[in-house]
Design a protein around this ligand. Structure first.
Ligand SMILES: *Cc1c(COP(=O)(O)O)cnc(C)c1O
Length: 229
């Protein structure tokens, strides 16, 4: 099936407005992104700063760019002028740098806190306690040019549906608690980014508002696993 068909089918399943489809285009050339763009897709996710910047320069300016992979503080400056959403905030230090670069660009940058939910050693993210500690800190409260609009999580790479369901459920429950404790008055805190090609259906059932789908739209990525994540 074509990229256009894949996007159309996914949009049908996500019920269009309820769940936002982020087309994860990492490793794919601009021609392929353009094809998705021509099929109506406007939101793209990348995990590498340099790759995102190169693509952003070549593609239409009404694309919403989402950074979904681990972000190094020294790279924030390259995306601060155009980034729509950073899914992968996993430290106060990173958030402070995003705030600084956002201020330089006279804007507010929307971010998600990446929460560690997987039963694996390799995934980045904050533990539940660390996230709470960050949100409680005076340093966080002082930031004026970042806005936390929700949480993101990557589930364990497993076929075990029960485990996936539990991990997503746990993240949703934590999200609800964080909303109540820290963002009760902020309508903008509403995003729960969870679900990828293999597990997006379960993620939607468990309350996802943003799914990050790559291979199901663009086909398999033919590069080593360690470069994919
Ligand atoms: C690569 C990646 C995805 C998409 O993975 P697929 O299995 O191709 O859908 C989603 N989220 C993150 C954080 C990724 O790095």
């Amino acid at each position: 099936m074509s990229i256009a068909d894949n996007i159309k089918n996914l949009k049908k399943e996500t019920g269009d407005d309820n769940v936002k489809l982020i087309a994860v285009s990492k490793t794919k050339p601009v021609e392929v992104l353009q094809e998705a763009y021509d099929a109506g897709q406007r939101v793209f996710g990348e995990n590498n700063v340099q790759e995102m910047v190169e693509k952003q320069e070549k593609l239409p300016k009404d694309i919403e760019w989402h950074l979904i992979g681990h972000l190094q503080t020294n790279k924030v400056k390259y995306i601060a002028s155009f980034i729509s959403l950073i899914h992968s905030v996993d430290s106060l230090k990173l958030l402070q740098e995003i705030d600084k670069q956002a201020a330089k660009n006279k804007r507010v940058i929307d971010c998600l806190l990446q929460i560690y939910i997987a039963d694996e050693e390799t995934k980045f993210g904050l533990g539940f306690d660390e996230a709470i500690e960050l949100l409680r800190s005076e340093e966080f409260t002082a930031l004026k040019n970042v806005r936390i609009v929700g949480l993101m999580g990557i589930a364990t790479n497993t076929d075990n549906e029960k485990q996936l369901k539990e991990e997503f459920y746990e993240l949703h429950t934590f999200f609800t608690g964080i909303k109540t404790s820290f963002f009760r008055k902020e309508d903008s805190f509403k995003e729960l980014s969870m679900g990828m090609s293999a597990d997006y259906k379960i993620a939607i059932e468990e309350g996802s508002t943003m799914i990050r789908v790559g291979s199901l739209i663009f086909g398999q990525r033919l590069i080593p696993h360690w470069k994919n994540n």
